[in-house]
Design a protein around this ligand. Structure first.
Ligand code: CTP
Ligand SMILES: C[C@](O)(CO)[C@H](O)COP(=O)(O)O
Length: 228
């Protein structure tokens, strides 16, 4: 039986958020934001181990006590210049443990509202899938293309368009190969697509938001509070 592992890239600086420290360490309901992200993953009985990939010069991780998250958690200080590099380095750290056919779930540190139901949907829909896939939601708004002066140049059809989320779940060996061949991607699915393979879109939920701008942090707090 293949096992399931998680990689959490957490080496970003949060430049769009613009806080005094990387957004993954900002306080969310009294805990660092990333605590909620990691707690959702370690609580999943089907996930054997979780690697969190920190920036080599991260000075925040050591300020907190993570013992509550248990023994599944491993940290590596090998974050790279891009998200894809951080993920590739996390996969390398998992090499001693993961086999080619094991599943890897890559999940953004900055998505703290991942729920057990979302993970269950991903596991259920991908269990027998030959490629793997991602959580995603259909685009709900009308899409406008801007011109250079920020006026509408065109209205784009949104049929068939989905917004990619994480976790993104693929076989360990194939994901390593995909990222070695194609690292100019903003998500793991992009690298798998570059191999000519079609990842499955598993319908997720807009509450699995990525904290990118300050308003997202308040939304995440509301979402998590509403679940208690
Ligand atoms: N070199 C990088 C860049 C990003 N990430 C991680 O990838 C996830 C998604 O990235 P994003 O939301 O873009 O985070 P930041 O890069 O921190 O944000 P920004 O682009 O605004 O600087 C985050 O968990 C982030 O920590 C990473 O591990 N290594
Ligand atoms: C992987 C991702 O979460 C999918 O939506 C997203 O692309 C990561 O954020 P970034 O801003 O592209 O780094």
């Amino acid at each position: 039986m293949p096992r399931h592992f998680a990689i959490v890239p957490a080496a970003g600086s949060g430049s769009r958020f613009g806080a005094e420290k990387p957004k993954q360490y900002l306080s969310l309901l009294g805990r660092p934001l990333i605590f909620h992200t990691l707690a959702a993953l370690v609580a999943c009985p089907d996930i054997d181990r979780v690697w969190v990939v920190l920036a080599p010069d991260d000075s925040e991780w050591g300020r907190y006590d993570w013992s509550e998250l248990g023994a599944k958690l491993e940290t590596v200080r090998s974050g790279g210049a891009t998200r894809a590099e951080s993920v590739a380095n996390g996969l390398q750290a998992a090499a001693m443990v993961a086999a080619e056919d094991d599943w890897v779930l890559v999940h953004d540190a900055a998505r703290p509202c991942l729920s057990a139901d979302m993970l269950a949907a991903l596991f259920h829909e991908l269990a027998d899938d030959p490629v793997g896939g991602i959580l995603a939601v259909p685009v709900a708004d009308t899409l406008k293309r801007a011109d250079a002066s920020q006026r509408v140049a065109a209205t784009e059809p949104r049929d068939g368009l989905w917004q990619a989320q994480t976790p993104q779940m693929f076989r360990y060996g194939r994901l390593v190969e995909a990222l070695e061949k194609c690292s100019a991607v903003t998500d793991e699915a992009g690298a798998i697509e570059a191999l000519g393979l079609p990842p499955k879109l598993v319908r997720g939920d807009t509450t699995n938001l990525k904290v990118t701008y300050p308003a997202d942090l308040a939304l995440a707090a509301m979402i998590l509070r509403g679940r208690k």
